[in-house]
Design a protein around this ligand. Structure first.
Ligand code: ZN
Length: 1031
C-alpha cells in the first residue's frame, strides 16, 4: 500500500505510536481502549475477615457477609476471604472471559478447593482466565474464593517501602467483575510495545531502530481499533520485522523465569508460605499455556513449606520438575547470608538443601544460586565444590557503591584454590520483565564481550514474589531472533552454564572474596540475631560432639538425629539474607529470636542428655566433670555454679584433654595467681604472669604488656578499649548501610558513671568493673577480666542502648605496623588492607570477620576476639570492633534495649598462627561444659579425638546422615599452609573413608587406620571430611 511519504520527523512518528497504545491518552479511540470488551457484575460477592492465616478448609466454614466493591477492610496482616458467585452471559459464546480483580493486598484464587492462581496488582496479575473461548458445553457458572492477604508484595511500609510497617493500613477491592478479553488486541499491543521500545533503545544511531519506527507507523496506518478485521495485516507487518534474523555471532540471552521470594523481609515467615503458593501456582498456570516456559526456583525451605501447606500444588510442581521445566536450583536450604554463617553452617545449608532436592526430585543441584546476598565469602568455592556444585550465579555486586566489578563471566577462586564458574547476569537484575531494555542491558553491560557469548536474563517479579507473567513471555517470544537484538533462548541454568563451559578458554579469574561495597551495616544491625546465630552454632556443635561421644561410650544411646535436623533447619532458616543481616521488620526479628529460643531449649536438653549418658562412666565423687568439645587440651578457669545473684560463682582451674572429659580437682592452685592492684593515681594494675595490664579510671587500657618480654601492645599515648560513637545516617538503606562519611563524626565515650574498681582481687581470676555514660539514654557497664593461665584480657560488656542513628564501636590502637590485617572467615582467614591507597581499599572501611581479627608485624601482634560480633575495621594501627547500631527502618526498634556480649584483647609474640589465636578465639566461644554429677568410673581424663599439630582444626563430629554406625569428622587447615597430621582416637573403628560435604564416600578414598591413628595431609585451608565406621 502506498502512503504519502511522511516528513522526516522521528519524534512525531514515535509519539504517534506511543499514543496509539497509551493507557492514559486517547483511550476513547486508540488500541489500548479496546483491550477489554463487555463487562458483567458478579452474581454475588461476600467476605469473611480473619485475623489469622487460616487454611481454605476452615475459611469456607465461616460466615460470609455481603461485600460492596470499594468497602474498606483490614488492618495490616489480617486476611479477607471473598466468596464469589458468577455466571457468564450466554451471549459471550466464543469469547475469552476473565475474572477481573483489582484490589490492594495479595490474592489467591481458590477453585474446587484448590489454589489456582495468584492475583496482585503490583505483580501485574489482575485477571483470572475463566475460559479461553466460551463453548456451549462448558460450565457458565462458578463459585470461587479469593484469599486476600492484607499486605502488599513489599509488606506495608509506612510512607516508603523500607519504613516500618503501618499496622493499621486499610485495604479495598476496586474492581471485581467479569470481562471479555480481546486477545487479538493484546497481541497487537505487545507488538507495538516491543517496536516502540526498540525505536527508543536503539536510538538514532542504528538503522534498525528506524526500521522499527516505520514498521510501527505503518501498523498504525493499517490498524482500525474499532475493526478487528484490520488487525491481521498490522500484525503481519510486525512479524515480518521480528522475523528478520541476526547473524550467527549474535549474543545469546538465556531467558529463565524466576521469582525471588525472600524467606522473610518486610513480611513475616508465615506470609512467605502464601507468597510461595501464590507465585508458584501462577507459574504452573503459565506452563499450561506456554510449553517452552522454564522456571528456576531456589530454596529447599520454600519447597518444604509448599509441600506442607499446598500438597496438591506440590505434586503438580513435582511433575513439572520431572519434565525439566520447573527447575530447582541453588542446592541450599535457604538463600543465606554469604558472610556471617560459620563454615559448618554453610556446609549444612548445602547438606540440608542438596539432600532435600535429591530426595524430592531425584537429583542434586549443579548450580549455587544466590542473586541477592550482601557479599560472598572466599570460602564458598570450596564449600560448593564439596557439595557437588561447580557453577555459581549471582548479581549483587552490581550494587557496589564505589568500584565496578570487572567481570560478568569468570572463574571465582576461593582461599584454598577451588574454582567455580561464575556468572553475573549483565542486566544486573534477577527480576527482569522481558522487555527490550532488559535485553539491551544484558548485551551492553556484559564485561566479557568476546570472551563469553552467553548470558542469563532472569524474568519475573521478585523479592516479594509474583514471578513471571504472560506478557513477559509474549515479549520474549517475539524477539527470539530479531536482527539488532540479542538472540533469546528460553533456557535453563544447565544449558547456560554448559554453553559457558564449552567456551571458557578466555575467561578471567577473580581470587578471594566477592566483597559488596554496600550494606556494610548488616554485619552489626540486630545484635541479638547475630548473638542467637553464634550461640546456636556453638550449641549445636556441642550437642553433636557430645551425642557422638555418648553414642560411642554408652551403647544404646540414641543419637538425636531427627531433633537435630529440626533445630538445624531453624538455624539455617534464620540465616536467610534479610534475617541474619538484620534487614527485616520487627515481626521477623521476633520470630527469629523465638526460633533461637527454641533451638536453645531443645539444644540444651539434648546436651544434658548426652552429658548424662557420658557421665555414667565418670567417677566424680563430690566433684563435677567437665567436657571439652574442642580438639585441643585446654587449661582454664571455670565457674562451678552459675546461679546469679548469690555472690560471685566459685571458680576452679582445670585441664581438660582434647574432645574429652576430666574431673575437677578443687583447690588446684594456679602456677601464677592473678594480682589486681589499685594504684594511688586511680589506675589499676592487673597481672597473671602472662599479661600485665594497666587500666585507667574509665576502663581504658593504658598499657598492655606481655610479661615475659615487656613488649607493649598499646600505641604510644593512645588508649585501648576506647568506646566511640558515630553519627550513622545512611543515604537510604537504613538497617543495611553505614556510609564512609560516618567516620568523620567520631566521638569518644568519656563520661564516667562509676570509676574502675576491683571486683575480684585475684587468685584464679581478677576483675575490674566500671560504667560509662553514652548519653542520657544509654550507658555501658563493663567487667574487665584476667584469668590465671589466660593469654587474653576479657571484656564482659553490658550496654543499655536507646539511640537513634548512632553507631557504637570499641577501638584498640596498637603498637603494630602492617599494611594488612587478618580476619577469620569460614574455615580459614583472609587479609584486607589497613590503608586507603585505592578505591578498592577504602571501599572496605567496614568489613566482616568471625571470631577474631588480628594485626601483626614480624614477631608480634594483637588480636581482638569476640563471642557474637561480626563487624570490624582496621585503619592504620587501630583495630576496631563494631558493637551496636540504631537504624529505624525497617524495624523502628532495632537494637533498642539491653545487650550483653564479650570481646577480648590478645597480644602475642610471633605470628597469630604460632600464638594459637585461632584456638583461643574458639575457647572464648565454646565454654567448657560442666557435666552432671554421677556415679561411675573415670580414673584418667578421657579424650575421644586428638590431632597432632596446631594447624589442623577438627571442627565437626556428627553422626553420618544415612549411616547410623558411622561418624563424620570434619577438619580444616587453619594456618594457610600445607600440613601433615595424625588424628588419634581410642574409639574402635572398623574402617575410615574420605567423603565430600554431602557425606558421599570417595570410592578411592579408603583411609588407613593404624594403631597411631589416621594420617592426613592438607593443602592450605583445605577442608576434609572423614566417614568413620564404628565397630
Ligand atoms: Zn532477597
Amino acid at each position: 500500500m502506498y502512503h504519502q511519504p511522511v516528513l522526516k520527523n522521528r519524534r512525531t512518528l514515535l509519539e504517534r505510536a506511543e499514543k496509539f497504545i497509551s493507557d492514559i491518552y486517547f483511550t476513547d479511540c486508540n488500541l489500548r481502549g479496546r483491550l477489554y470488551g463487555d463487562t458483567c457484575p458478579l452474581k454475588s460477592l461476600s467476605s469473611y475477615l480473619s485475623e489469622k492465616r487460616i487454611p481454605f478448609s476452615e475459611a469456607v466454614t465461616k460466615n460470609f457477609q455481603p461485600y460492596n466493591v470499594g468497602d474498606n477492610f483490614g488492618p495490616t496482616w489480617w486476611t479477607c476471604w471473598f466468596k464469589l458467585s458468577l455466571t457468564i452471559p450466554e451471549k459471550w459464546r466464543g469469547k475469552e472471559v476473565h475474572l477481573r480483580w483489582e484490589s490492594d493486598g495479595e490474592g489467591m484464587v481458590w477453585k474446587d478447593g484448590q489454589p489456582v492462581q495468584g492475583l496482585t496488582k503490583e505483580g501485574e496479575k489482575t485477571s483470572y482466565i475463566l475460559t479461553d473461548c466460551l463453548q456451549d458445553g462448558e460450565p457458565h457458572s462458578w463459585d470461587l474464593y479469593v484469599e486476600l492477604g492484607c499486605n502488599g508484595l513489599f509488606g506495608a511500609g509506612q510512607g516508603s517501602m523500607i519504613a516500618a510497617p503501618d499496622p493499621d493500613k486499610k485495604f479495598s477491592v476496586q474492581k471485581a467483575e467479569l470481562v471479555v478479553f480481546n486477545r487479538d488486541v493484546r497481541e497487537l499491543l505487545t507488538d507495538f510495545e516491543m517496536l516502540v521500545d526498540i525505536v527508543k533503545l536503539l536510538g538514532e544511531g542504528e538503522q534498525r531502530g528506524f526500521q522499527a519506527l516505520f514498521t510501527a507507523n505503518e501498523m498504525v496506518n493499517l490498524c482500525d481499533p474499532a475493526n478487528p478485521s484490520s488487525f491481521p495485516a498490522a500484525r503481519s507487518l510486525a512479524q515480518k520485522f521480528f522475523k528478520q534474523k541476526n547473524g550467527e555471532s549474535q549474543h545469546v540471552v538465556h531467558a529463565m523465569g524466576h521469582c525471588h521470594i525472600d524467606s522473610a523481609w518486610l513480611w513475616p515467615y508465615e506470609e512467605t508460605i502464601r507468597k510461595c503458593g501464590r507465585s508458584w501456582v501462577t507459574v504452573i498456570r503459565l506452563m499450561e499455556k506456554n510449553p517452552d516456559f522454564i522456571f528456576t526456583c531456589s530454596q529447599a525451605q520454600e519447597f518444604q513449606w509448599v509441600k506442607e501447606w499446598y500438597p496438591g500444588l506440590y505434586s503438580e510442581i513435582q511433575q513439572h520438575v520431572q519434565q525439566g521445566r520447573f527447575i530447582p536450583v541453588g542446592g541450599t536450604w535457604v538463600e543465606m547470608d554469604g558472610n556471617l554463617p560459620s563454615g559448618e553452617s554453610m556446609v549444612r545449608q548445602f547438606l540440608e538443601g542438596q539432600n532435600f532436592f535429591k530426595a524430592e526430585f531425584g537429583k542434586y543441584c549443579k548450580e549455587f544460586w544466590l542473586p541477592d546476598t550482601f557479599g560472598y565469602s572466599a570460602q564458598l568455592p570450596q564449600i560448593m565444590q564439596g557439595s557437588g556444585i561447580t557453577r555459581f550465579l549471582t548479581q549483587k555486586l552490581s550494587w557496589n557503591l564505589v568500584n565496578t566489578f570487572p567481570h560478568n563471566t569468570f572463574f571465582w577462586e576461593g582461599i584454598d584454590g577451588s574454582q567455580v564458574l561464575t556468572h553475573f547476569p549483565p542486566g544486573n537484575s534477577y527480576e527482569m520483565k522481558g522487555k527490550v531494555e532488559d535485553l539491551m542491558n544484558t548485551l551492553k553491560n556484559n564485561k566479557d564481550k568476546g570472551r563469553a557469548n552467553h548470558s542469563a536474563a532472569l524474568f519475573g517479579f521478585g523479592d516479594g514474589g509474583g514471578g513471571p507473567t504472560q506478557l513477559m513471555l509474549d515479549r520474549l517470544d517475539r524477539v527470539q531472533d530479531t536482527d539488532g537484538l540479542p538472540k533469546v533462548l528460553m533456557s535453563s541454568p544447565d544449558q547456560l552454564f554448559s554453553a559457558l563451559e564449552d567456551d571458557s578458554g578466555l575467561l578471567c579469574r577473580w581470587t578471594g572474596e566477592l566483597f559488596l561495597e554496600l550494606h556494610n551495616g548488616t554485619y552489626t544491625t540486630q545484635a541479638k540475631i547475630k548473638q542467637g546465630n553464634r550461640q546456636c552454632e556453638v550449641l549445636l556443635h556441642d550437642v553433636e560432639v557430645s551425642s557422638c561421644l555418648a553414642m560411642c561410650k554408652s551403647k544404646g544411646f540414641p543419637y538425636p538425629a531427627a531433633k537435630l535436623q529440626e533445630i538445624w533447619r531453624l538455624l539455617l532458616l534464620n540465616q536467610f539474607h534479610d534475617v541474619l543481616p538484620g534487614s527485616c521488620i520487627e515481626m521477623v526479628v521476633d520470630d527469629a529470636l523465638a526460633y533461637y529460643k527454641e533451638i536453645e531449649c531443645s539444644g540444651t536438653r539434648l546436651l544434658e542428655e548426652a552429658c548424662k549418658a557420658l557421665a555414667l562412666g565418670v567417677q566424680t565423687g563430690a566433684c563435677s566433670a567437665v567436657l571439652n568439645t574442642l580438639a585441643w587440651e585446654r587449661t582454664e578457669v571455670v565457674s562451678l555454679s552459675t546461679q546469679e545473684g548469690t555472690g560471685p560463682p566459685k571458680l576452679a582451674l582445670i585441664t581438660v584433654p582434647s574432645v574429652g572429659m576430666a574431673v575437677i580437682q578443687e583447690n588446684l592452685a594456679p602456677s601464677c595467681p592473678v594480682t589486681v592492684t589499685p594504684q594511688a593515681d586511680g589506675t589499676v594494675h592487673m597481672d597473671n604472669g602472662i599479661l600485665k595490664a594497666v587500666l585507667d579510671q574509665r576502663g581504658c587500657v593504658i598499657s598492655l604488656k606481655l610479661a615475659n618480654t615487656n613488649r607493649e601492645a598499646i600505641a604510644d599515648g593512645c588508649l585501648g578499649n576506647q568506646f566511640v560513637v558515630f553519627d550513622d545516617v545512611p543515604l537510604y538503606w537504613d538497617a543495611w548501610d553505614v556510609m564512609d562519611y560516618h567516620l568523620q563524626t567520631r566521638k569518644p565515650v568519656v563520661e564516667v558513671v562509676k570509676r574502675a574498681a576491683v571486683t575480684r582481687s585475684g587468685g584464679l581470676r581478677g576483675s575490674v568493673s566500671f560504667s560509662l555514660r553514652i548519653s542520657d539514654r544509654s550507658a555501658i557497664t563493663q567487667e574487665v577480666i584476667l584469668d590465671a593461665h589466660c593469654p587474653y584480657l576479657k571484656f564482659n560488656t553490658q550496654v543499655e542502648w536507646a539511640e537513634s542513628h548512632k553507631f557504637l564501636k570499641v577501638e584498640f590502637p596498637v603498637r603494630v605496623r602492617n599494611p594488612n590485617a587478618t580476619y577469620e572467615i569460614q574455615f580459614g582467614h583472609l587479609q584486607r588492607p589497613t590503608h586507603r591507597n585505592t578505591s578498592w581499599d577504602w571501599a572496605r572501611f567496614e568489613v566482616w570477620g568471625h571470631k577474631w581479627a588480628d594485626l601483626s608485624e614480624h614477631g608480634f601482634g594483637v588480636a581482638v576476639l569476640n563471642d557474637c560480633k561480626y563487624g570490624y575495621s582496621c585503619h592504620d594501627n587501630t583495630l576496631t570492633l563494631s558493637l551496636l547500631r540504631a537504624p529505624k527502618a525497617p524495624d523502628l526498634h532495632a537494637d533498642m534495649g539491653s545487650h550483653q556480649f564479650t570481646y577480648a584483647l590478645m597480644p602475642h609474640m610471633g605470628c597469630f598462627q604460632e600464638a594459637s589465636v585461632i584456638q583461643h578465639a574458639y575457647n572464648l566461644n565454646f565454654p567448657l561444659r560442666l557435666m552432671p554429677k554421677a556415679i561411675g568410673q573415670l580414673q584418667q581424663p578421657w579424650s575421644a579425638f586428638s590431632v597432632s599439630g596446631d594447624a589442623v582444626v577438627l571442627e565437626t563430629i556428627k553422626q553420618a546422615e544415612t549411616k547410623k554406625n558411622a561418624l563424620v569428622v570434619r577438619l580444616y587447615e587453619s594456618h594457610g599452609g600445607s600440613a601433615s597430621v595424625t588424628v588419634s582416637t581410642p574409639l574402635a573403628l572398623k574402617e575410615a573413608w574420605q567423603c565430600d560435604l554431602l557425606e558421599r564416600a570417595d570410592p578411592e578414598g579408603r583411609v588407613a587406620v593404624t594403631s597411631s591413628g589416621i594420617s592426613m595431609d592438607f593443602r592450605p585451608f583445605q577442608v576434609r571430611s572423614l566417614l568413620l565406621f564404628l565397630e
